[in-house]
Design a protein around this ligand. Sequence first.
Ligand code: BTN
Length: 257
Amino acid sequence: MINKERLVSEMLSRKISPSVWQIHAFDELDSTNTEARRMVARGEATPAIVLADAQSNGRGRMGRSFFSPGGTGLYFSLLFESAQSPKTVLSVTSAAAVAVRRAIRRVSGIEVGIKWVNDLYLNDKKVAGILAESLLDSERHCFILGIGINLSTAEFPSDLASTAGCLDCHGRIVREALLAEILTQLCPYLEHPEDRSWLDEYRSASTVLGRRVRWMQGSVTSEGIAEEIDSLGSLLVRGDDGTLSVLSTGEITLRRC
Ligand code: BTN
């Protein structure tokens, strides 16, 4: 279980005010993103951090689930109001990927790669994912930024066993320190969403730029080269027929040349 006092102390040492961020910590939830949605429906205060030691129905992108066993991972959602358009959800996700990458480097020295859009990879295995959701009602526009990190999770269901891995298999990373550092890295962007300084690192840490990839648009599957990431975080892919496509959502698969 995340130790709330330790988290508060790690936040204070990084000058992140625990009185600004409401902390909601649970032993187990269906999903921290789903709980954040319920909090919005109940009209609860923001910004908030929703944490769970385990999730019974952790959610990933594209309707997938996110394996979230107790005690071995870091699963949380940040809930905050935003004046930005819901369309900025792509850049929020991409900026968050850079913030998580920087935080991992600062607390552990480990360098992870970013697979467009938002997956963090170490040694060709996915070690973290991000699910950003935007909620618009008549009162307020909220973002829910859900982050799941496989810290020492070593055993995965058979369908994930060849693609998922642990970031810190020996359990050395202090979860509270990592979460507080992620907030430290992310807060400047939340305060200044127009700041695009994360883009350079998003590009340089990319595991897909220059590589052969496969993607789907509607029901059409194409292959080609991932050429560029534009200023909004969209991926520019050159199909084998020479056509340039701009991908702002969806998923790509790395192919061998
Ligand atoms: C993905 O890999 O497609 C995104 C995974 C996001 C998982 C995190 S864990 C905390 C938060 N709550 C959820 O249900 N999902 C996100």
